[in-house]
Design a protein around this ligand. Structure first.
Ligand code: DGY
Length: 417
């Protein structure tokens, strides 16, 4: 198949997963609108249908809570094939949503979507801007009060079962969550998904949030899980900067956004693990570091954070695999090349890391990462993630964000804005 054929297939995937104003990640496994998946879908659409790109973001933000939070899932239409659905979350919203958020990539990608077609996008961006500011204010108030971004549920990071969360998850008691039936393992081989113990704990954390009516102050103060994450911190630093740039272009006062960003930059030392020689996830209840080197740390370049000591460690991690940036160090005892975020490489994360490489002028690294990602997709198709050792395609097929990053970044025909 030619690159043009792959481009056609990627566009077809976005159209197939379009449910009318929003895009599902893939049929069966993820039948609703997911927050960061949707922002990537919008970016993908911007390569061939700019109006549809803005609609995707507008639909996502139409489910924004009064608090400013943009939820991680919007349950637009009932679907019994997914667990946990809206009744389990009990978030009391209309439309029904989950009770947590997801990586704030929307401002980063909205800026790129606008840059693709500035004139057409101006009014749409202007209308979206106050909603983005309200969401970033929520991140500042409810998730970065300690100078680093801290998540209250592994699902909030989008990297559900990565080893970064092991210290925090070990302290979560999942023994009392009651009976439930998972649906994900009916769509994808169980060996590629989080374990039963993980799910028990995910539900215990969810049940705490539901029991307190999703009171964020209570969740942050007493919730069963609360961990600082370099990846989320890097993403939010970058997103704050992009939001400030958007605001400036619209003639807005962006001093509040700049102050949020400065707070995070100053807080980075809290998540520097000197023993590891890298920024590292940290349990804020105990102070314990995760001692984990994975794709999250590579997002430093996205925030313009460079560090020679960390770079040497990270490049050894990358050199330890054949394809893409692994979600965990292949030398770590808990590395698993096919189990979701315990080792696999994710094209969508590779695209974010490559964005950082490109902006830092690291052309050789950007080209290498793109080459390896292209090879994975050309050999395996538009899957959710891949084994970084032998390139085996894993997880869901016909996947929206893999198609989206193909069109905007990986394809030799991409404009790469
Ligand atoms: C899932 O259901 O696997 C999701 O990652 C939760 O958001």
């Amino acid at each position: 198949m030619s690159h043009e054929d792959f481009d056609d297939r990627a566009r077809q995937i976005l159209r197939d997963n379009d449910r009318g104003g929003y895009t599902i990640p893939t049929r069966g496994l993820y039948p609703y609108q997911w927050n960061w998946d949707s922002a990537f879908a919008a970016w993908g659409f911007s390569s061939f249908d700019i109006d549809r790109a803005w609609t995707e973001l507008e639909t996502l933000f139409s489910a924004q809570w009064d608090t400013g939070m943009v939820p991680h899932i919007v349950f637009w239409k009932p679907d019994p094939g997914y667990f946990p659905g809206p009744d389990v979350w009990g978030a009391g919203q209309e439309p029904a949503t989950s009770g947590i958020s997801q990586p704030p990539v929307a401002a980063i990608l909205a800026r790129k979507i606008h840059a693709a077609y500035p004139d057409a996008g101006e009014p749409r961006l202007r209308a979206l801007y106050p909603k983005l500011v309200a969401w970033h204010r929520w991140w500042h108030r409810d998730r970065s009060a300690e100078g680093v971004v801290a998540i209250t549920h592994p699902w909030e990071s989008g990297r559900d079962n990565c080893a970064d969360w092991d210290p925090g998850m070990a302290r979560v008691d999942g023994s009392g969550v009651g009976d439930y039936t998972r649906r994900d393992t009916g769509h994808v081989d169980a060996s590629m998904r989080p374990s039963k113990q993980d799910y028990d704990r995910y539900l215990a954390i969810l049940q705490f949030g539901r029991a307190c009516g999703w009171d964020q102050a209570e969740i942050v103060a007493n919730g069963p899980f609360y961990m600082a994450d370099p990846a989320m911190t890097f993403i939010l630093i970058r997103a704050h900067r992009d939001l400030a740039a958007i605001g400036r272009s619209l003639g807005e006062d962006v001093s509040e956004i700049e102050s949020w960003c400065a707070d995070l930059e100053a807080g980075l030392e809290r998540i520097w693990n000197a023993d590891l020689g890298a920024y590292d996830a940290r349990d804020l209840r105990t102070g314990e570091f995760a001692n984990c080197l994975g794709s999250g740390a590579f997002l430093g370049w996205l925030a313009g954070i460079e560090n020679a000591e960390m770079e040497a460690r990270l490049m050894a991690v990358w050199d330890g695999v054949r394809y893409g940036i692994p979600s965990n160090d292949p030398a770590a005892s808990e590395f698993n090349p096919r189990r979701y975020w315990r080792g696999p490489t994710w094209p969508v994360v590779n695209a974010l890391i490559a964005m950082g490489f490109a902006d830092a002028g690291r052309e050789a690294e950007e080209a290498r990462l793109r080459r390896e990602t292209v090879e994975l997709i050309e050999r395996g198709g538009f899957f959710e993630y891949f084994d970084p050792l032998d390139g085996t395609a894993c997880g869901g097929d016909h996947f929206t964000w893999t198609a989206a990053i193909w069109l905007t970044w990986a394809s030799p025909n991409a404009r790469r804005i």
